[in-house]
Write a protein that binds this ligand. Structure first.
Ligand SMILES: Cc1cc2nc3c(=O)[nH]c(=O)nc-3n(C[C@H](O)[C@H](O)[C@H](O)COP(=O)(O)O)c2cc1C
Length: 167
C-alpha cells in the first residue's frame, strides 16, 4: 500500500517553472507489460479545449517515445531533492540499454492502468489528447533551431490531467 492521496486537479498549487523546469520530472509510460521512464524539464500545465492539461515534448530518438505512442496515457512524476541523482541518471541513460527503474531502486505503481514511480511526491496521470511533431517552418524565432542541429524535432503531446496524487 502506498501513501498517495488523490486531490482534485484544480486544487493543485505548484510553481510549474520550478517543479518542471528546475526540479524536473519523470515521464513514464507502458508498452505491453514493459514500462520505461525518462527525465524531462520542458513542458507545461494549463487549459486547452476547456480541459486541465499537461504538455510534454519528446525527441524522436527517446525510447520512452515508443512507450508513450503505444499507450493512451502516461504519467508525470515529481520528486524531492533527495532523488536528483536518479533523475539525472534517467535523463542520461536509455531504457534501451538498461532497466533504469530497477537501477534507481524505483518501483512502479499504477493508477487507472497508467504506470508511475512510487518514490515521487506528486504524480499526474495524463490521458493523451493531441500529438504533433514540431516542424522547421513553424519556428518564428530561428535561434531556437540551434536546439535542433540534427533536425530531431520534438513531438508535442497535450494530455488531459485525469488525476493528481500527492503525499
Ligand atoms: C534535466 C533533463 C531534462 C530533459 N528533458 C527532456 C525533454 O523535455 N524531452 C526530451 O525528449 N528529452 C529530455 N531529456 C533527455 C532524456 O531524458 C534522455 O535522452 C533519456 O536518456 C531518454 O531515455 P530513454 O531513451 O530511455 O527514453 C532531458 C534530460 C535531462 C537530464
Amino acid at each position: 500500500m502506498n501513501s498517495f492521496k488523490k486531490i482534485p486537479v484544480e486544487s493543485l498549487e505548484i510553481n510549474p517553472f520550478e517543479r518542471i523546469g528546475k526540479n524536473w520530472m519523470l515521464i513514464t509510460a507502458k508498452k505491453g507489460d514493459q514500462v520505461n521512464t525518462m527525465t524531462a524539464s520542458w513542458g507545461g500545465l494549463g487549459t486547452m479545449w476547456n480541459k486541465n492539461v499537461a504538455f510534454i515534448v519528446v525527441r524522436p530518438q527517446r525510447y520512452t517515445k515508443e512507450f508513450i505512442d503505444a499507450s493512451t496515457s502516461f504519467s508525470l512524476s515529481f520528486f524531492g531533492k533527495e532523488h536528483v541523482k536518479e533523475l539525472a541518471y534517467c535523463g542520461k541513460v536509455s531504457g534501451r540499454d538498461e532497466n533504469k527503474i530497477e537501477k534507481c531502486n524505483f518501483s512502479v505503481a499504477e493508477e487507472n492502468n497508467t504506470p508511475y514511480i512510487e518514490q515521487a511526491n506528486l504524480v499526474m496521470i495524463c490521458k493523451k489528447i493531441f500529438m504533433q511533431p514540431y516542424s522547421a517552418e513553424s519556428f518564428l524565432d530561428f535561434h531556437i533551431m540551434d536546439f535542433y542541429e540534427k533536425k530531431d524535432f520534438h513531438t508535442l503531446y497535450i494530455a488531459e490531467i485525469e488525476s493528481i496524487l500527492t503525499k
